[in-house]
Design a protein around this ligand. Structure first.
Ligand code: TXA
Ligand code: MG
Length: 318
């Protein structure tokens, strides 16, 4: 198992030796490596079992540093950066050659984010390089929102997990790119579409904007065989399939025929931010119950509800 601790110097030393650690962010925990070392970055792909065609996000702590490794920051990106960084927003920029090709899987653009987490911001300030960090889960599984989640799955493969407590946002960052004057959404996430549109006007949403188009069902591939996520009206699903070996995931509702331990209510008040913050932990919990099916209701289609629905759909994908 990895050590879970708050030692920033140890964290910095391990990273400077081109080894990996897990870092907290406000969205999910990341599996971090020195982004300027192709060898260190290769270990990220290996440790996660991640296909090499799936590029990584660079994490840094201020805009000056971003300018060291990207060629140009479009005007709208600058507006978004001023409004939302540090925060759950990732932007795509044309990279300078200092960013190794392995980080971007050979693509000309690099994904960049300034995360809003005091511990990781302090760590980044100590380092002379940005951190390449995907979510700290094995490829295809649920992203970790607590240090213990990382330890359960990658603890045998890394030495240190920097402890930043539970993630406050709970789903991965929203990813945007820029085509001329147009802002394009590549992945729905912890920053809502509405918040972005308030700053830059209407955005374009890619028809299949999903973080891993090559791997639909990011949960499914590592789910216990037979455990299936079904999205729909939960009352109807329960009356159709019975309630023998099922559990439910709802925003506010409870269901009288099911034991309380088989029901997760994401936010009794119907707060979508609270729902997002608890989503991945809920899926982990449900995944460990002695059940065959998880019945999940779709969230309202606004704010973070959209990103939650995107993650649920991928959990349900065959
Ligand atoms: O909140 C987050 O974004 C977390 C924390 C750790 O920062 N990170 C995260 O990383 O979710 P990851 O690797 O699990 O997801 C990053 C996504 C991938 O789906 C990848 O395809 C996309 O970002 N991506 C990275 N670089 C890209 C690029 N140059 N063009 C298009 N998509 C890119
Ligand atoms: Mg991921």
């Amino acid at each position: 198992m990895a050590t879970i601790g708050k030692d920033l110097q140890m964290a910095a030393d391990i990273l400077s030796a081109n080894e990996l650690i897990a870092i907290p962010t406000e969205t999910v925990y990341g599996l971090a490596a020195n982004a300027y070392s192709p060898q260190a970055v290769a270990k990220v792909f290996q440790t996660k079992n991640r296909p090499s065609f799936n590029p990584l996000i660079l994490h840094t702590c201020d805009l000056q540093r971003v300018q060291q490794f990207v060629r140009e920051i479009p005007a709208k990106a600058e507006l978004l950066a001023r409004e939302f960084w540090p925060g759950p927003l990732t932007m795509l920029f044309y990279k300078k050659t200092v960013v190794p090709d392995i980080v971007t899987a050979g693509l000309p653009r690099v994904a960049v984010r300034i995360p809003q987490h005091p511990v990781t911001l302090q760590l980044l300030q100590r380092l002379s390089f940005p951190l390449a960090a995907p979510s700290a889960n094995p490829f295809g599984y649920i992203s970790p929102t607590r240090p213990e989640h990382v330890n359960a799955q990658l603890g045998g493969k890394i030495k240190y997990i920097l402890d930043g407590g539970p993630c406050q946002v709970g789903i991965e960052s929203t990813i945007v790119g820029f085509e001329g004057d147009q802002v394009v959404i590549y992945r729905l996430g912890g920053l809502s579409l509405e918040a972005i549109e308030k700053v830059v006007g209407e955005v374009e949403k890619l028809p299949h904007s999903s973080s891993q188009p090559q791997s639909p069902g990011m949960l499914k591939s590592h789910y216990a065989p037979g455990k299936k996520v079904v999205i729909g009206n939960i009352e109807q699903l329960l009356s159709k399939f019975g309630n023998q070996q099922v559990a439910t995931l709802s925003l506010q509702k409870s269901f009288s025929d099911l034991p309380a331990g088989h029901q997760v209510i994401l936010s009794p008040e119907g707060d979508l931010q609270e729902a997002a913050a608890g989503l991945f932990e809920a899926l982990r919990y449900l995944d460990n119950l002695p059940i065959t099916h998880i019945f999940a209701e779709p969230m309202p289609d606004h704010g973070l509800g959209r990103a939650i629905n995107d993650r649920l759909k991928r959990a349900a994908a065959e």
